[in-house]
Design a protein around this ligand. Structure first.
Ligand code: ADP
Ligand code: MG
Length: 382
């Protein structure tokens, strides 16, 4: 990102001097579909980010310009509402949430640019929200604590983007640190940095470039299945609140006989929360190969038990399984499309991407996109 070019473009568009903010996208190393079960996740911020340049206005108008969409939008602080422009909603959603919480906002100019791939599961939307939240907090001198900026961003996604997400994406975009993963407890919001030393290896994302329409209905169905399991167990263990509190023994005793399918769904979640703990222990020991094995296990669970994978994701994981230079691979995100996350030995990355791309094209007639990502720092002024 060329900050001088960014500032000059801002000056040309708005005839004002800008302050710049950066918020990264994120990956989730392990801990999938555990967030809404009060469980553990292990995200890391990446080196791809959304950048916003902002300045205060003398009036109460809001002027937005997106570089990616080459598009302008004008509104005002008194008339913030959802629009039919997707990219605008993430920004106005944050402004709206701040106003709802009683913060005084003045008018502002905002220019947005980013290199987080859109809709690939790297949470470009959270990056937009967090960058906006940091920018508005700064120019209005609101002194909102960082955790609240993450929560404001999450709420914007609920209200203005209509996506009922957990806190992981915004949390990672705010609190990420280079060379660190974070183990976040989605119930208590306690978190811990865990060194992610990848010596000789890199994180490679392979994008299926598909998004199957099943995604939303399956997500709701999985949430219901998890709730069902919890409720059956509650009859016997009153203190159980989430699958987080449940053991495999409880599932065998109180769920399996009632509904085999609900059992498999719950069993995946309980196993996955354990895997996050094991992954944290492995990383603390610098044991990347154990982390990799856990990632393959996660994929198997998501595919066969939780049933949120798809043939494209399964194909990509199958292609790298058994290669001695790929330590681990799994689908990442909600499922039914998006990317796989792979830990690949440096020297083999190009060859791997070439090989898998050819096979993916042959098999599905689809282009494969690959991104090599590094970990990066969280939201900041630049
Ligand atoms: P993901 O968060 O997985 O990337 P989403 O569909 O949740 O996918 O969010 C993508 C949306 O976020 C885009 O359609 C766009 O509206 C908005 N967005 C992301 N990056 C930018 C950007 N650089 N400029 C403007 N809008 C962006
Ligand atoms: Mg998103």
């Amino acid at each position: 990102m060329n900050t001088e070019y960014f500032k000059k473009t801002f000056r040309d568009i708005f005839q004002a001097e800008a302050v710049l903010f950066k918020s990264p996208g994120r990956i989730n190393i392990i801990g999938e579909h555990t967030d809404y079960n009060g469980g553990l996740v292990m995200p890391a911020a990446i080196d791809k980010a959304v950048y916003v340049a902002v300045s205060k206005r003398d009036d109460h108008e809001i002027h937005l310009y997106s570089e990616s969409y080459q598009s302008k939008y004008v509104s005002s602080v008194a008339a913030i509402q959802k629009t039919e422009h997707n990219w605008v909603n993430y920004i106005l959603g944050v402004a709206n949430e701040m106003v709802q919480r009683g913060h005084q906002l003045g008018g502002f100019n905002l220019f947005i640019y980013g290199d987080v791939p859109l809709g690939a599961g790297l949470s470009s939307s959270a990056a937009v929200e967090c960058a906006t939240a940091f920018a508005l907090n700064y120019i209005n001198q609101l002194s909102i604590p960082q955790m609240e900026l993450a929560l404001i961003s999450q709420k914007a996604e609920h209200t203005f983007a209509g996506v009922n997400c957990g806190i992981m994406d915004q949390f990672a975009s705010v609190f990420g640190k280079k060379d660190q993963a974070m183990m976040l407890d989605c119930r208590s919001m306690e978190y811990e940095y865990i060194p992610l030393k990848l010596d000789g290896y890199k994180l490679v994302l392979l994008n299926t470039n598909v998004k199957h329409s099943l995604s939303d209905s399956a997500y709701n169905e999985r949430r219901e299945q998890c709730d069902k399991g919890v409720n059956w167990i509650k009859d016997h263990h009153a203190s159980v609140e989430y699958l987080r509190d449940v053991t495999q023994e409880m599932l065998l005793a109180h769920v399996k006989a009632k509904d085999e399918n609900v059992y498999r769904k719950c069993s995946y979640v309980v196993a996955e929360i354990e895997r996050v703990k094991k992954a944290a222990a492995a990383l603390k020991n610098g044991d990347l190969s154990t982390l990799g094995k856990l990632m393959f296990e996660t994929h198997k669970g998501l595919s066969e038990d939780y049933e949120v994978s798809c043939k494209e994701l399964d194909f990509l994981v199958d292609q790298v399984k058994g290669l001695d230079y790929v330590l681990g691979a799994r689908m990442m995100g909600g499922g039914f499309g998006g990317c796989t996350l792979n830990i690949v030995r440096d020297e083999e990355i190009d060859r791997l991407i070439d090989n898998v791309s050819v096979k993916y094209l042959e098999k599905f007639g689809l282009k494969l996109d690959a991104y090599i990502v590094e970990t990066g720092n969280g939201s900041q002024i630049i």
